[in-house]
Design a protein around this ligand. Structure first.
Ligand code: SAM
Ligand code: SF4
Ligand code: SF4
Length: 371
């Protein structure tokens, strides 16, 4: 087995068949990590490509014309994705979210949704199957996605102001098209639809209240996300983060709010509702109020690496194991071993400003690992 020094702990990575423990184990419907967190959610990046160049995610200077995206043969096939998902579900995964890059750019995505839709939890329940999209192709795809078995979509939308939106996606994509797509998706039954707005100081923070006002009284749940230091190309600085407390203060001053209980323990979003009863909003405070304690999420990158944290510097190469001929039992054993050894809590450590945490290795880009 190979070892890699993450700067924090000495982690062991599964990369080849000989790394697999000889003693195999059957999934028991639950596996917990070193901080007693069960594996419940799986985010799967189905492509590292995107038609947007959001300035905080895929800046043009880095992701330009000559950027080398993954070749087709490097991507996990739908069969490989479904195989990993099936085993993860046997270990307790209940929610799967497809992401990227822009997941709707992956050819035949409906076929993958259909395949994942057939999976059942050990208790016989269907999965909670969702997808995060920039909305650019959603109007064309919504009905086909619904027909394939997708339950919900989350749409990213960083401003209602056309000029700001075009500047943030940096490909001059108009905001009207995304707003139209949200309505089409709702009509197709892909709800409850969440709208994600990443707030970056000096870029779109002046649009927070406009966004709240626009979606107030609609069935759409608007969520404000703190700009995160994920990857190493977006030039993140703490001063660009608008704390959720400030977002809430600004909205509350014009549209009075009160906090409400989470839908379930460990929900990443803190919920607030309008005092006049016209709906709710959420804030995701990944920087100022870390939620690692309840993080039950694993991520699979486009080329089949399993990451146990958004801020991990390396992943376990499940594609190499599968293409090397591992059995389902071996894959199940590896997945359990990876999860059991997990002790990630990057955001918590960042919040307690542990010195030396930053830049301890090349961090993985959001578009590759899947946001
Ligand atoms: N392309 C799809 C989209 O934009 O919805 C899915 C992938 S995108 C990486 C997933 C989510 O991550 C989006 O809501 C995006 O706004 C968010 N995101 C990307 N970079 C981020 C950052 N540095 N901080 C916080 N959120 C970020
Ligand atoms: Fe593309 Fe989504 Fe990243 Fe924007 S946030 S560049 S839409 S992957
Ligand atoms: Fe989970 Fe890592 Fe984010 Fe903490 S920093 S919430 S462990 S993904």
């Amino acid at each position: 087995m190979t070892t890699a020094d993450t700067g924090r702990t000495r982690a062991r990575y599964f990369r080849k068949l000989s790394d697999i423990p000889a003693e195999l184990e059957e999934p028991a419907g639950i596996v917990t990590d070193r901080l007693d967190r069960p594996l419940r959610d799986l985010r799967i990046s189905v492509t590292d490509r995107c038609n947007f160049r959001c300035v905080y995610c895929m800046p043009k200077e880095i992701f330009g014309r000559d950027f080398a995206f993954l070749p087709k043969e490097a991507l996990l096939t739908f069969e490989e994705i479904t195989r990993v998902a099936r085993i993860a579900v046997a270990h307790g995964v209940e929610k799967i979210r497809l992401t990227g890059g822009e997941p709707l750019l992956r050819k035949g995505i409906e076929d993958l949704i259909r395949m994942l839709g057939e999976l059942r939890t050990p208790q016989g329940h269907p999965l909670d199957l969702a997808l995060t999209t920039n909305g650019s192709a959603l109007a064309y795809k919504a009905q086909a996605l619904k027909d394939a078995g997708l339950q919900r979509v989350t749409v990213s939308l960083d401003s209602l102001d056309d000029a700001t939106f075009r500047a943030m996606n940096d490909v001059d994509f108009p905001v009207d098209k995304v707003l139209h797509a949200i309505d089409v998706a709702a009509a197709a039954g892909l709800g409850p639809i969440k709208i994600n707005m990443v707030v970056k100081r000096g870029l779109n923070d002046d649009h927070v209240v406009d966004m709240a006002r626009h979606f107030k009284g609609t069935p759409f749940i608007l969520r404000f996300i703190e700009f995160m230091d994920v990857g190493s190309t977006n030039g993140w600085e703490l001063g660009q983060v608008v704390p959720s407390s400030e977002v809430i203060r600004r909205i509350d001053a014009e549209l009075p709010l009160e906090e409400i209980a989470p839908n379930y323990p460990g929900e990443t979003s803190e919920r607030w509702r309008y005092r006049d009863g016209s709906g709710e909003i959420g804030v995701i405070s990944s920087v100022t109020r870390a939620f690692c304690r309840s993080c039950t999420r694993a991520r699979i990158s486009t080329e089949g690496k399993l990451f146990t944290c958004l801020f991990a510097t390396a992943g376990h190469d499940l594609r190499a194991l599968m293409r090397g001929g591992c059995t389902d039992e071996q894959l199940a054993t590896v997945l359990a071993a990876i999860w059991r050894s997990r002790d990630d809590r990057y955001s918590e450590l960042r919040s307690s400003s542990t010195p030396g945490l930053h830049r301890t290795g090349k961090r993985i880009e959001m578009s590759y690992i899947g946001g």
